[in-house]
Design a protein around this ligand. Structure first.
Ligand SMILES: Cc1cc2nc3c(=O)[nH]c(=O)nc-3n(C[C@H](O)[C@H](O)[C@H](O)COP(=O)(O)OP(=O)(O)OC[C@H]3O[C@@H](n4cnc5c(N)ncnc54)[C@H](O)[C@@H]3O)c2cc1C
Length: 303
């Protein structure tokens, strides 16, 4: 079976691409690990036009409802490991199967960067998490650490203020770097201790996390903080490893032109996985629609 188009990812970019592809009556498939991507883990969203306020999970439900209205062919919980063009065909290889298509849109977004310290892998999902929206409610009345002073770290801290007993916000730079408005809200809370210029050296625990080792810039001594939860919020990496022979920038983001074309004809990319500046839901959605329209134009030229 040869598809017109395979869309990889069902975050805002992939879902919007699917709506546009359906309306152009393309014969296409969406393959994704999950529905919603990062939007599903976002807390409160106040900058998606048309909704003055909506939670990440509610917006994801709206996106999904819109996509399913078109009876889109969808493979969920499927991990794409390779997208490669040979001859006129794009081959999409997953952990379960291999598919053939004339075109592809890579909309695989970003995932959390890891700390790379001892204990991190061992205690992942045993008190250590990369998703405050998913897991914060599990830490009711507990002492926790949030790692990262950018927007994600501040977002996690603001969610935890309503839940945890105390929050250590551990930040490697001399000052917090997230939006001033979020910094102000964090600083207003007596439940938060901000530790700037501080790096994490290890995660410790028994069956579950019970502490974190930190080191202040310029000091030799490591300090142990007793915490029952750790939220790692130190940035995101593009999920671009699957793109074989496709040009990327120094951060591993797929290079696209203003029509969302990569350097390989027929392979397009959209959203956070690309080098398009600013990583936002409204931008990813817009880029997804552009990519689908670009695919439609490309297919018409093939005829
Ligand atoms: C905590 C947090 C809060 C945020 N808050 C806001 C906000 O308030 N406002 C705002 O505008 N933006 C916010 N953002 C950013 C916004 O969520 C992203 O810019 C947007 O989701 C990017 O959409 P995307 O479709 O490009 O990628 P993603 O949302 O990352 O979606 C990628 C999709 O690809 C799938 N995928 C990945 N790899 C593979 C693979 N190998 N095989 C198959 N499928 C794969 C994933 O499962 C997912 O479905 C926030 C992000 C975070 C993390």
């Amino acid at each position: 079976m040869m598809y017109d188009l395979i869309i990889i990812g069902a975050g805002p970019a992939g879902i919007t691409a699917s709506v546009y592809a359906a309306r152009k009556r393309l014969n296409f498939l969406v393959i994704t690990k999950d529905i919603g991507g990062q939007t599903a883990w976002s807390g409160d969203i106040e900058n998606y036009t048309g909704y003055q306020f909506i939670t990440g999970s509610d917006l994801t439900a709206k996106f999904e409802e819109h996509m399913r209205r078109y009876n889109v062919e969808l493979k969920e919980n499927e991990d794409v490991i390779e997208v490669e063009k040979r001859g006129d065909t794009v081959y999409v290889k997953t952990t379960k199967a291999k598919y053939k298509t004339k075109t592809a849109i890579i909309a695989s977004g970003k995932t959390s960067r890891e700390l790379g310290v001892p204990g991190e892998k061992e205690f992942k999902n045993k008190g250590l998490t990369y998703c405050a929206t998913c897991d914060a409610p599990l830490f009711l009345g507990k002492v926790v650490a949030v790692i990262g002073g950018g927007n994600s770290g501040l977002d996690a801290t603001l969610q935890l203020i309503k839940i945890a007993k105390h929050i250590y916000l551990i930040n490697i730079t001399p000052k917090l770097t997230g939006d001033p408005i979020m910094q102000e809200k964090v600083m207003e809370s007596s439940l938060v201790t901000v530790l700037n210029d501080t790096k994490v050296t290890a995660v410790v625990g028994d069956k579950m996390v019970n502490g974190i080792k930190i080191k202040k810039q310029g000091q030799d001594e490591k300090e142990l903080l007793n915490v029952q939860g750790i939220f790692v919020e130190i940035g995101l990496m593009p999920n671009s490893q699957l793109a074989k022979g496709i040009e990327k920038n120094q951060w591993g983001e797929i290079k696209v032109d203003s029509y969302n074309r990569t350097n390989i004809p027929g392979i397009f990319a959209a959203g956070d996985v690309t080098d398009v500046p600013e990583k936002q839901i409204v931008i990813a959605a817009g880029e997804g629609s552009k990519a689908a329209l670009g695919v439609f134009r490309y297919l018409n030229q093939l005829k």
